[in-house]
Design a protein around this ligand. Structure first.
Ligand code: FAD
Length: 318
């Protein structure tokens, strides 16, 4: 079933969903099942699976020169989605990127998803490759997520890259896109970011999942601005409980997200990361309860492969 149907069928009841990462190359799928199993108690209508593009690593050769090698540390997004749908009978949503994909790679990826009975996708641009400062699209790829949305939407109307194909099948993807309550780090302003977010919706996306945030006021303001701009699709808040002291620096730096002073002070006072984890869980419970009262359709949690803190939050909220 697609995400919009899940939202409509729930009749204003807020549902629980979460995102997982594929395991590092070489690990088996059991680690994924182990983190999903306890969360199934909260009846997620869907589970998102992230996509991780290639990275460059530099290997020193005998002559002292460096050899550049391309590695994919977390392959397996599509396989994991298929395994989740098969094992839990719950919809799995693969993330799909512009980065590292030509338009033809995208088309073939989507064909595989269609064959597997996967009818939701989260369409994203992706970040720059780690060793590069700016995002560079593939030569025959997409520069922005809005272009990727157009390609998926075209396939939903039977339009493939090769105009000469006859009797093509219409795919049936429900397309999600990313939104940023504190604006995307490259956007010159929140208004400009929302302008381009609207483009993704106009091009065929059906719902928005937000970047994590720690102050609900930012989310409420974002929703108001989106509605004013004429964006009327469901907006799903994304939440991630803090779990280590290091994240005080890492989260603002990596995701361009502010942390409220009260939360920072609580974390700074903690003796160890067990205490930080508890502060993070309590903060996330408070955020979730307020968002639930506000009437969000779904509360979506970033598990980052560790589900015990999400379990604690969900036990209090659902
Ligand atoms: P876009 O919507 O293309 O926007 C990128 C930037 O370009 C923004 O600043 C926007 O304002 C601007 N822009 C857009 N269109 C135009 C235009 N026409 N002209 C000028 N400027 C424009 N990354 C992964 O690698 N894998 C994942 O699985 C993944 N999952 C994510 C899930 C969620 C819910 C979120 C919020 C993010 C996720 N990301 C993931 C991170 C995401 O790939 C990055 O944040 C990326 O930098 C931007 O992606 P986007 O789809 O928002 O890009």
């Amino acid at each position: 079933m697609n995400v919009l149907d899940h939202i409509n069928n729930a009749k204003d009841k807020t549902q629980f969903s979460f995102e997982i990462l594929p395991p590092l190359k070489g690990q088996d799928i059991q680690s994924i099942f182990t983190s999903i199993d306890p969360l199934m108690e909260f009846n997620p209508p869907f589970i998102d699976v992230t996509y991780h593009r290639e990275e460059y690593v530099y290997i020193e050769m005998e002559n002292g020169l460096l050899k550049k090698q391309v590695v994919k540390k977390r392959p397996g997004t599509v396989g994991i989605c298929a395994a989740i749908q098969n094992k839990y009978s719950v919809d799995a949503i693969p993330h799909i990127l512009c980065g590292g994909f030509t338009k033809e790679d995208t088309e073939n990826f989507l064909i595989d998803l269609g064959f597997l009975g996967i009818d939701n996708v989260m369409a994203l641009r992706g970040d720059a490759v780690k060793s590069e400062t700016y995002f560079k699209p593939e030569k025959k790829g997409h520069r922005y997520a809005s272009e990727l949305v157009t390609q998926i939407n075209d396939m939903n109307h039977g339009k493939y890259l090769d105009d000469g194909l006859l009797n093509t099948t219409n795919t049936n993807f429900c397309i999600g896109v990313a939104g940023y309550p504190e604006k995307h780090l490259e956007a010159p302003s929140i208004d400009s970011d929302i302008h381009f977010l609207k483009k993704k919706i106009n091009n065929g996306a059906s719902y928005i999942v937000t970047q994590m945030f720690y102050d609900n006021k930012k989310f409420f303001e974002f929703v108001d601005k989106c509605r004013l701009a004429g964006i009327n699709v469901p907006i799903i808040p994304g939440l991630k409980p803090i779990s280590t002291k290091r994240q005080l620096n890492l989260i603002p730096h990596r995701f361009s997200v502010d942390l409220p002073d009260d939360l920072i002070m609580e974390v700074v006072k903690c003796k160890d990361n067990d205490a930080v984890r508890q502060v993070g869980v309590e903060w996330c419970i408070d955020q979730s309860k307020e968002l639930l009262k506000y009437g969000v359709p779904i509360l979506h949690y970033y598990s980052m492969g560790k589900s015990s803190n999400i379990y604690q939050v969900a036990s209090e909220v659902f």
